[in-house]
Design a protein around this ligand. Structure first.
Ligand SMILES: [Zn+2]
Length: 413
């Protein structure tokens, strides 16, 4: 078999295309393998519209990056003709080995797409020796094409949450389908608040879904979200995610600690001792800090007790039991938090809790547990790690989709 035939086989070339010549350029590092693709003089090419075999009108030369051939960077060059179709006029013939507008071959893009599922994009960029900026373009193209094909006809319960793509910058809001146990992300958009919901509604309508079919929305306690949710999804009941309740009180504990630390010296290791959940293992230092906080009657210890009492509420097995526990929780928590200016953050968290009580209680008869929403954080962290060095919020969203959306990313022309 001739070298040209071997290359043609690897590229999946079909007539009239064939490898005309190959040349190894060893004068530059990395060395380059150039494959020239062409067709015999007088060959006929299919019209891109109707497939009719037509004569070439004129030619223009293009180059595509192909998979490395051993240590050599491999490039394909071909003169693509314009044909003159009797019906469609003058049209540029598309190369069957690349998608329109791309300067990479399909095979190259396929390999990139399978690698970015396993490793960070900038690591893939180093591996295939192409700038990450160009790789992101490939990834964004394929992912957005797959997302466009998403069918949301049966969507009826959603959860939403926001996260920063970088520390404190560029918020995105992510929507999940609560009935999907695997790969639940169906939409992600830059920003937070009301506008994101409006965009989401337009998105589901464009994907055969209907906002009025949404019967449940699980979200946090932000007033902007809640009012917008009730406006956009008129048939939905709103559940405040337990994760956000815990977050509310965790922040209150931390605020109390900060206030108190300004007035007095707190035991070493206090911060993590009170932030860590009871079921997670505290270090001996943290255990000692906690003991000292409680024994000395620090305000931080009282705030911590309120947060821990929440666990007992959560373990309630029915809505009835939850109601009973919450009554006791509110009574005891109010006692712990009384008469001390330092505990104002806890009192304000309790007020918030009471205000949202019906939505919080809803979790006890919701069909959708909130376990999945807590899983959000893991997902966001993975996307951040994998998109490391990503240049903008679009790339971060692309990575969230790639990791967690129910899509098949297939490279096709
Ligand atoms: Zn035609």
């Amino acid at each position: 078999m001739l070298a040209e035939q071997i290359f043609a086989l690897g590229l999946g070339l079909t007539p009239p295309w064939k490898v005309m010549s190959q040349r190894l350029d060893t004068e530059h590092t990395p060395t380059k393998l150039h494959l020239e693709i062409g067709a015999d003089r007088g060959a006929l090419y299919p019209c891109p519209e109707c497939g009719t075999a037509c004569k070439a009108h004129d030619f223009k030369e293009y180059t595509w990056r192909h998979l490395n051939f051993f240590q050599h960077h491999c490039y394909l060059t071909a003169r693509l003709p314009r044909i003159n179709c009797p019906e469609h006029g003058i049209r540029r013939v598309q190369a069957p080995w690349a998608r329109e507008g791309s300067r990479f071959t399909l095979l190259f893009e396929q390999v990139v797409m399978s690698l970015v599922r396993e490793m960070p994009v900038n690591a893939v960029a180093r591996h295939v020796e192409v700038t990450d900026k160009r790789l992101w373009r490939i990834v964004r193209h394929d992912v957005s094409k797959a997302i466009a094909a998403l069918d949301l006809k049966s969507l009826k319960a959603i959860g939403l949450d926001e996260t920063a793509s970088k520390r404190g910058h560029n918020y995105i809001t992510v929507f999940i389908d609560l009935d999907r146990s695997d790969k639940p992300v169906i939409f992600a958009t830059p920003g937070k608040g009301k506008d994101c919901l409006t965009k989401f509604c337009a998105f589901i309508e464009a994907h055969e879904g209907r906002p009025e079919n949404i019967v449940e929305v699980v979200c946090d306690m932000s007033p902007a979200f809640l009012s917008a949710v009730e406006q956009e999804f008129k048939s939905a009941s709103v559940t405040v995610d337990w994760f956000h309740v815990v977050q509310l009180f965790t922040k209150a504990v931390d605020d109390v600690r900060k206030l108190e630390a300004r007035q007095t010296k707190l035991p070493d290791h206090t911060r993590w001792a009170v932030l860590k959940g009871a079921e997670k293992e505290r270090t001996q230092h943290q255990e000692n800090a906690l003991l000292e906080l409680v024994e000395q009657g620090f305000a931080t210890a009282k705030a911590y007790r309120v947060k821990e009492l929440l666990r007992w509420v959560r373990r309630a097995e029915s809505k009835q039991a939850a109601k009973w526990r919450i009554t006791h929780f509110l009574k005891h928590a109010a006692e712990y938090a009384a008469n001390c200016p330092l505990l104002e953050p806890v009192r304000s968290a309790l007020a918030s809790f009471e205000r949202h009580l019906p939505r919080i209680l809803h979790r006890w008869h919701s069909l959708h547990t909130n376990a999945r929403l807590e899983g959000y954080n893991g997902l966001f962290q993975a996307a951040r790690a994998r998109a490391r060095g990503y240049r903008n919020v679009e790339n971060f969203i692309t990575m969230v989709y790639l990791i967690a959306a129910p899509i098949q990313v297939l490279v096709t022309s």
